[in-house]
Design a protein around this ligand. Structure first.
Ligand SMILES: Cc1cc2nc3c(=O)[nH]c(=O)nc-3n(C[C@H](O)[C@H](O)[C@H](O)COP(=O)(O)OP(=O)(O)OC[C@H]3O[C@@H](n4cnc5c(N)ncnc54)[C@H](O)[C@@H]3O)c2cc1C
Length: 461
């Protein structure tokens, strides 16, 4: 064992949930360490080449996510890693806005914000598991180039995306659907050399081939929406090519695991981020299966490139610029927490006195069969995310932030998205700092005081 370090708050996993948690904890006065296996921050938003944040608004256009997540967007705009408007209207209609983000600028912005808040970064480091005292998590075992060591902490925030710490500590959890099968895994890549204005003309002439205005709350036809598109920025998250995908599949030119392609525009002219590979029946917490997904994903990338070149006007000269470092794992474990966000809570837009954030993205599940199912929130509303979704049952000293919070499958299909997990992260970090300050454990923290603090710090609660 190379050594031991004692801190107030340890955040495991530097995806956007972990980043927001670490910034909030450090600003709250806690000595905070943020650790990740990669050499940079951002998780799926950077390593996964995701390319956007969904979503800061409900379908009525009200902003439901502010605080640290909005500060990150403001910094991205200032650094040239987001469009000047930040949030763009989303003609797709699965959310009111989408916020395209440049992965390289996001790595830089998140690092600066963390260091500015006083967070100590421990990168290139794998977290092996929790350190326990009875049923309490008191730190974690880590391994890196210096060897193995321990970081002891008064509160541990598990932002690993997979609940690695909470589950090894004994928290009950669900993995995927009733049969344990999870959503498809994707490998993102970017195509360069794309003529997006030519492509937009094709969309306007063929609106029935694209998803436009999906949420019934919008109340407009595809044709009406297509007629209003002026530049490619009016349709930042493109999805469709239904007939072309069918045709290509019949000819063996496209994998059989999706019925449509998806890509988002980027701040770099002629470059798009493609979300169209799909690997089914593989778990993101089984290394053999994850390896298989990586191998299949790389094969699919070049077939998908050829599909775009052949079927998508404006993509004839497109080439693969790069592919993601991390596999795009949509779903693995969801902890069973003291409170659980349910499908009905989201669909009905329920809010409560224990909410620490809001969600508004549609309930988006990529079924193990390959079929993508969406449910929508009634009346263009948002729903509340209660504090207890971060509190794993049977385990003390640990908060879980990010996509693995306690939620049923469809609720998770919404709350896993970036704006929502960033809001959860800010709440987890703030709660952890308050626990350190007051000598409390997360379960004992008065939620009304946490909500006051979050509200003071600009969050929507
Ligand atoms: C294919 C795909 C498409 C998506 N599309 C969108 C979209 O268009 N818009 C949107 O807003 N959201 C989208 N999402 C959802 C969103 O990207 C994720 O739900 C979100 O990234 C979850 O954030 P997180 O911080 O919980 O986890 P992650 O982003 O996964 O971050 C977890 C971090 O923990 C680290 N880590 C994990 N385990 C360990 C360990 N043992 N030791 C050290 N480090 C560890 C990882 O390296 C990573 O950096 C998509 C997700 C996928 C997979």
């Amino acid at each position: 064992m190379a050594g031991r370090e004692d801190v107030d708050v340890l955040v495991v996993g530097a995806g956007m949930a972990g980043v927001c948690a670490a910034i909030a904890a450090a600003r709250g006065g806690a000595e905070t360490v943020l650790t990740d296996r990669y050499t940079f921050l951002g998780g799926n938003a950077t390593a996964g080449l995701l390319g956007n944040f969904l979503t800061f608004h409900n379908m009525k256009g009200e902003q439901i996510c502010r605080g640290i997540p909005q500060e990150i967007v403001d910094e991205l705009i200032a650094g040239g890693g987001a469009f000047p408007e930040g949030h763009l209207p989303n003609a797709y209609g699965n959310a009111y806005t989408v916020t395209p983000v440049d992965a390289e600028t996001l790595k830089w912005v998140t690092q600066r914000l963390c260091l500015g808040a006083g967070v100590r970064l421990v990168l290139n480091t794998y977290t092996l598991g929790p350190l326990m005292h009875k049923d309490r998590v008191v730190g974690a075992r880590i391994a890196n180039k210096s060897g193995e060591s321990e970081i002891r902490a008064r509160v541990v925030i598990d932002a690993s995306g997979d609940a690695d710490i909470a589950v090894q500590a004994g928290a009950p959890f669900h993995h995927g659907d009733e049969q344990g099968k999870t959503m498809s895994i994707s490998l993102f890549f970017r195509l360069a050399g794309v003529d997006l204005e030519r492509h937009l003309r094709f969309i306007k002439a063929n609106p029935d081939q694209f998803m436009l205005g999906e949420d019934p709350y919008i109340g407009k036809t595809r044709q009406e929406i297509a007629a209003g598109l002026r530049t490619h920025k009016d349709y930042p998250l493109v999805t469709g090519y239904y007939d072309a995908v069918k045709q290509a599949q019949a000819r063996g030119e496209f994998h059989p695991n999706r019925q449509r392609v998806v890509f988002s525009i980027t701040t770099i002219p002629g470059v798009v981020t493609v979300n169209s590979t799909s690997m089914l029946g593989l778990s993101g917490v089984n290394n053999d299966e994850l390896t298989q997904a990586a191998i299949e994903g790389r094969e699919q990338i070049f077939k998908v490139r050829d599909f775009f070149r052949k079927y998508a006007p404006g993509f004839e000269e497109a080439y693969v610029l790069d592919s993601a470092t991390a596999m795009g794992v949509r779903e693995t474990r969801r902890i069973a927490g003291e409170e659980t966000l349910a499908t009905e809570d989201c669909v009905e837009g329920r809010k409560g006195s224990r909410d620490i954030g809001r969600g508004a993205y549609c309930l988006d599940v990529h079924q193990p069969s390959g079929v993508i199912e969406h449910k929508h929130i009634k009346g263009g509303e948002s729903y509340g995310i209660p504090y207890g979704v971060m509190l794993p049952k049977n385990v003390e000293g640990c908060l879980v932030a990010g996509r693995c919070v306690s939620s049923d499958r469809f609720a998770n299909g919404s709350v896993r998205n970036q704006a929502h997990i960033m809001a959860i992260g800010q709440a987890a970090g703030t709660a952890a700092a308050m626990c350190v300050e007051g000598g409390a454990c997360p379960r004992e923290l008065p939620v009304d005081r946490l909500r006051e603090r979050l509200w003071r710090d600009g969050a929507v609660v």
